[in-house]
Design a protein around this ligand. Structure first.
Ligand code: BGC
Length: 482
């Protein structure tokens, strides 16, 4: 249920809520304006000159048929966890078996030394193989799909030059370098019997895994700690690859890296809070779109609003209370906002408990109303802006109907995210109102198959199939290929 009415909220707080509404609401006209600009930026990213959206070719050059087979390892280096999977693609169409282990990604690794990162990853892989295969010294090398979900330039499917760290990572000596040799050296030091077949972005994995079981899937998205999308382009529409003379009709999965959309700050309705987030981040000026949408930042936007309204002498929320915990950056994650939005009680008692336990603050009734509305505004803005990216790809590709596979904590767990995104798509793409509530939308964002597990295995399988078939584009250097 929605929070109670604002009838009991005093005048000054009501004014504050109205101001927040103005700051955070993205109306239909603005959504359309953002989408128009987005379409142009997608084109620009594919051009020779390039733009701020990288539009990285991934050398994933086909959708799966559903008949791929074999056993593969998949490693997912996400923002929060490290996951190792062993996937067997079975003889039965679109079926697979999976075993997996999750390892915590220690916070200090994200800003530590490069060697520590690769050693930690290699240790986890070794432990996984020991647990599931026993003595690894006699094992044949298994092919691995490595899901490395950061912007990377790929001239081949099994390399990735890190363009820049995102999602709060800040490890020196990796940006500008191919991460594969660093990773392989750590494996070699331990004698881990693994052969990296493909380096994969989580969005590409999501696209391929979703298309494995649903052939209407045209776009793969992640709305999690970070945010991004991938789709299939025709090689003939990628001017920056024209020099390779690839057959124009051949498909190429593009990892958009749309988190970088509008780094120039031309259209996004940034608030003073977004400006602070950017300024205080390890990479100011980067990932403008992502910083307004992704799970890593939602709680921080909310925290900055609360601190501002406390410090602001006119409103001065939480008067006389100790707000020292609230002052700590990144102390609230998006699950805190989810919990506020999910509070089922009219008096918002769960929100009160949450503030008390997490922050040592006891909000008044009207303050609780303000808190709830702020969470709704931030969550709604994220969902509506996300729809601009999905619409832009659909417009660029001329997709009137399709499925979009989405994964990530915000998509899967944030309340109303899907419905708010669907509503925004309707507004942007001018769909008529539904006649029947059960009717499907022309473009639907649906929960994806496991991209960084099954998707990574499929991409490894598709790459090995290509090698067998002698289509070495993006696997061998073009000079050797011709
Ligand atoms: C990264 C992308 C990734 C996305 C979702 C972003 O920060 O740059 O490569 O796909 O997060 O994980």
């Amino acid at each position: 249920m929605e929070a109670g009415s604002f009838a009991d909220v005093p005048q000054d707080l009501r004014k504050e809520i109205e101001q927040l509404e103005t700051l955070f609401t993205v109306d239909t006209t603005k959504l359309k304006q953002i989408t128009d600009h987005f379409v142009k930026e997608l084109e620009k990213g594919l051009s020779v000159e390039g733009g701020s959206i990288p539009m990285n070719p991934t050398w994933v050059m086909s959708f799966p048929s559903g008949y791929e087979t074999g056993t593969y390892l998949a490693l997912d280096m996400g923002g929060t966890n490290l996951r190792v999977c062993q996937i067997t693609l079975t003889e039965q169409k679109s079926e697979f078996d999976i075993i997996q282990s999750k390892y915590r990604m220690p916070e200090e690794l994200k800003t530590g030394e490069a060697d520590e990162l690769w050693e930690y990853i290699a240790d986890c892989l070794m432990q996984f193989l020991h647990n599931h295969h026993g003595d690894i010294s006699k094992m044949e090398k298994l092919p691995l799909g490595f899901t490395f979900s950061y912007p990377a330039t790929q001239n081949y499917v099994d390399e990735g030059v890190l363009q820049r760290w995102t999602k709060g990572f800040d490890i020196a000596g990796v940006e500008g370098h191919n991460v594969v040799p660093m990773f392989e050296a750590a494996l070699a030091r331990r004698g881990v019997p693994i052969k990296l077949s493909a380096l994969i972005n989580d969005t590409t994995g999501t696209l391929i895994a979703s298309a494995y079981t649903d052939n209407k899937m045209k776009i793969g998205c992640i709305f999690g700690t970070g945010c991004n999308a991938a789709y299939m382009e025709d090689c003939g529409s990628i001017p920056k690859l024209a020099h390779l003379n690839l057959p124009p009709e051949t498909p190429m999965a593009i990892n958009c890296e749309w988190g970088a959309f509008d780094n120039e700050h031309k259209v996004l309705p940034r608030t003073p809070y977004d400006v602070i987030i950017d300024k205080d981040s390890p990479r100011p000026g980067q990932q403008a779109f992502e910083k307004m949408i992704a799970g890593l930042y939602l709680g921080e936007v909310f925290r900055l609003v609360m601190v501002d309204l406390h410090d602001n002498r006119e409103t001065h929320i939480f008067p006389g209370q100790d707000v020292s915990k609230l002052r700590k950056a990144y102390t609230l994650d998006s699950s805190f906002l989810s919990a506020i939005e999910e509070d089922p009680f009219e008096n918002l008692s769960e929100t009160f408990d949450l503030f008390q336990s997490k922050l040592g603050i006891q909000p008044s009734g009207p303050e609780l109303e303000l808190i709830r509305r702020t969470a709704e505004l931030i969550g709604t803005r994220a969902a509506r802006l996300s729809a601009c990216g999905v619409s832009a790809i659909s417009i660029k590709k001329g997709y009137k109907t399709c499925h979009v596979g989405a994964d990530g904590s915000v998509f899967n767990k944030y309340p109303h995210f899907k419905a708010r995104g669907a509503q925004a798509l309707r507004e942007i793409l001018d769909w008529p109102e539904k006649q029947d509530p059960g009717e499907d939308d022309p473009i639907e964002i649906l929960a994806a198959e496991d991209g960084s597990g099954v998707g990574a295995a499929l991409i490894a399988a598709l790459t090995l199939e290509r090698v067998k078939a002698g289509n070495m584009h993006g696997i061998l250097h073009p000079e050797n290929f011709r």
